[in-house]
Design a protein around this ligand. Structure first.
Ligand SMILES: [Ca+2]
Ligand SMILES: [Ca+2]
Ligand SMILES: [Ca+2]
Length: 279
């Protein structure tokens, strides 16, 4: 299926390389993923898997009065993943909720936050038709309207203390100089959740990914120095979401092998050439 042109040369140099991406693809429950998330449920919310999506349904929690009913969050610590000090870091998640924006002052219906006890924070709250980003109580809240009824891809690209860029479905909605670098030793965890504040909601997650930003045109999504089956799944996703002469977006620059902004058959040919069989 794949060209196997250079496996002997590369296998001779094959040393264990730390996989530089954590990707939860919602084919399992988050706590059962190969790189598991730490769950923290309250009041036994409903949850299920369907075809690569993780669903959460939350309601109020009898007999306790609102606000704050059922909820469940998932957390990982980036210091355990070896990402502290990474100066080309991304967080990307794809989610859809039917929850109301009236829930947002209770950090519901759903969201994701990157932060820690001190240091830099990026706190996203997502509703059916609205998303907000809070970085600090002293900074303006950024609000962006969303088309309801479809999933949206949120991507945060962080370049040390120099630059942050927030894109939704490939379009930039906020960027600038951050208050500091992320991740750092005191700002080093990612948490995502679904919650009923006053109202019920059903939320579905396609994926939550974070890690080193892969090099442009490298074909190496997880930055382990090999173009192999681990990258292929993500390459196919980029190709499906792009096509000839269609900008594949910031999350797919690594898959644009010929650097003309799309991910198409020409890129696939180059991906095959770069492909190696690893053991
Ligand atoms: Ca998925
Ligand atoms: Ca790779
Ligand atoms: Ca291309």
């Amino acid at each position: 299926m794949f060209a196997r042109l250079f496996p002997i040369v590369l296998l001779a140099n094959h040393a264990p390389v730390f996989c530089q991406v954590v990707a939860y693809e919602a084919n399992t429950f988050p706590e059962d993923a190969p790189q598991p998330w730490i769950p923290n449920p309250a009041c036994d919310p409903e949850r299920w898997l369907d075809n690569g999506w993780f669903f959460q349904h939350v309601e109020q929690c009898e007999p306790f009065p609102p606000p704050a009913g059922q909820q469940e969050s998932f957390r990982r610590y980036l210091n355990l993943d070896g990402f502290i000090g990474e100066t080309e870091f991304f967080i990307e998640f794809r989610v859809q909720t039917d929850g109301s924006s009236s829930e947002m002052n209770g950090t519901a219906p759903t969201g994701l936050a990157a932060g820690g006890f001190t240091g830099v924070n990026y706190h996203f709250t997502v509703a059916r038709n609205l998303v907000q980003l809070i970085r600090d109580n002293t900074l303006p809240i950024v609000l962006v309207e969303l088309d309801p009824g479809v999933a949206h891809t949120h991507r945060l690209a962080l370049y040390g203390a120099e630059l942050y860029i927030w894109t939704i479905d490939g379009q930039v909605f906020d960027s600038g100089v951050p208050e500091g670098a992320y991740p750092t030793s005191d700002s080093n965890n990612i948490i995502w959740w679904t919650k009923s504040w006053f109202l019920p909601n059903t939320t579905k997650w396609d994926y939550v990914r974070y890690g080193r930003i892969p090099d442009d045109g490298s074909g190496d999504f997880n930055s382990d120095a090999f173009v192999d089956v681990d990258d292929f799944y993500f390459f196919q996703e980029c190709r499906t979401n792009s096509g000839p002469a269609t900008d594949a977006g910031p999350g797919c620059r690594w898959a644009d092998m010929d650097q003309d902004s799309d991910v198409d058959a020409h890129d696939f040919a180059l991906f095959q050439l770069a492909f190696t069989v690893t053991e």
